[in-house]
Design a protein around this ligand. Sequence first.
Ligand SMILES: NC(=O)c1ccc[n+]([C@@H]2O[C@H](COP(=O)([O-])OP(=O)(O)OC[C@H]3O[C@@H](n4cnc5c(N)ncnc54)[C@H](O)[C@@H]3O)[C@@H](O)[C@H]2O)c1
Length: 340
Amino acid sequence: MTDTAKLRIAVVGGGFMGRFHAQTVAECEIASLEAIVDSSETVGRETADAFGAKHIMSIDDALARKDIDAYIVALPDRSHEAAIPILEAGKPVLLEKPMAHDLETAQRLAKASAKGGRLLVGHILRFDPRYVQAAATVQSGDIGDPIHASSGRLTVRDIGTRMNGTSSVCFYLGVHDVDILQWLSGSNVTKVFSRSASKLMPSLGVQSEDAIMTVCEMDNGMVGSLFFGWTLPSDIPTGIWSRSEVIGTKGMVDIDVRDHGLRVKSANGWQLPDGLHWPETNGRITGDLREEVAHFVRALRDDTLFVMPVEDAMRAVAVNDAILRSCESGVQESVADWRI
Ligand SMILES: NC(=O)c1ccc[n+]([C@@H]2O[C@H](COP(=O)([O-])OP(=O)(O)OC[C@H]3O[C@@H](n4cnc5c(N)ncnc54)[C@H](O)[C@@H]3O)[C@@H](O)[C@H]2O)c1
């Protein structure tokens, strides 16, 4: 394939996650990294220079150019509506999870995509072989009729302090598990009863919950539970501490992601390095993120469906909306209809 056949991508937001995306695109055989769009001169230029791309200050400036075919948007959770003009301009977007920080914004994004560019929401676990195999096993009927399921993740408190109140733990972290619960079990969450705790973050000067626990009613008689928190001590050996399971009438699937099979003890103490989300292997990013970006590029090239429909990403946002309402009201809350 010649260079001219490559999909020319701009990454919007060159921060923590945008930088991984930028490297992944720069290493992709069928795409090229054209630009980093970041309103911070320092972050934008630094990330652009690291991967040989241009730095552009705004989405408007990027859209005025003719040399960008598609966008990866890795902006803070509450800024995802910035993808709307890109979709309205007919350009495809890979938008980092969560689709949006509330259902109304998610629905506006979905409407913009329905009339404009194609949209894939970057729920990275949809590209992780463990979760994909678990979902396929449940779908095959091998575990029988799902009865109950749970999913949750904890990470280090440093993530909560870095977010500094700019996102909720249920959007930055928990949206993964909300999607996992519904996708793996093949069942929608209809009602939630959620409680939050806020001791640690306020003591560190951050206006945020520490953790949220939820009991879910699901639409085929199943019951589910969700837990998420950014409470782990800073010196824990991994920032990914998650469990998911579905128990059915004939069997079960159980995913335990607290280490990835490699344990390192050095002068820095114990570490359990990431072996699947975006590990670097022989100088290149591999794992789930590479699969996600390659899937986005291939599906655009071949005009095939994305593995995750936009509706599933909206459904996860709708559940999160209900979780936050329930934390506030103290009673069980229904999940609003997410469809447009
Ligand atoms: N898939 C995953 O596992 C995963 C992991 C971490 C973060 N994320 C998601 O990635 C997204 C980005 O998170 P992050 O931690 O990288 O954030 P970040 O704060 O590190 O980076 C965001 C960048 O966007 C820039 N920016 C903000 N508003 C802008 C605008 N209007 N125009 C241009 N640039 C702008 C900022 O200058 C910053 O450099 C979030 O939605 C987050 O939930 C996903």
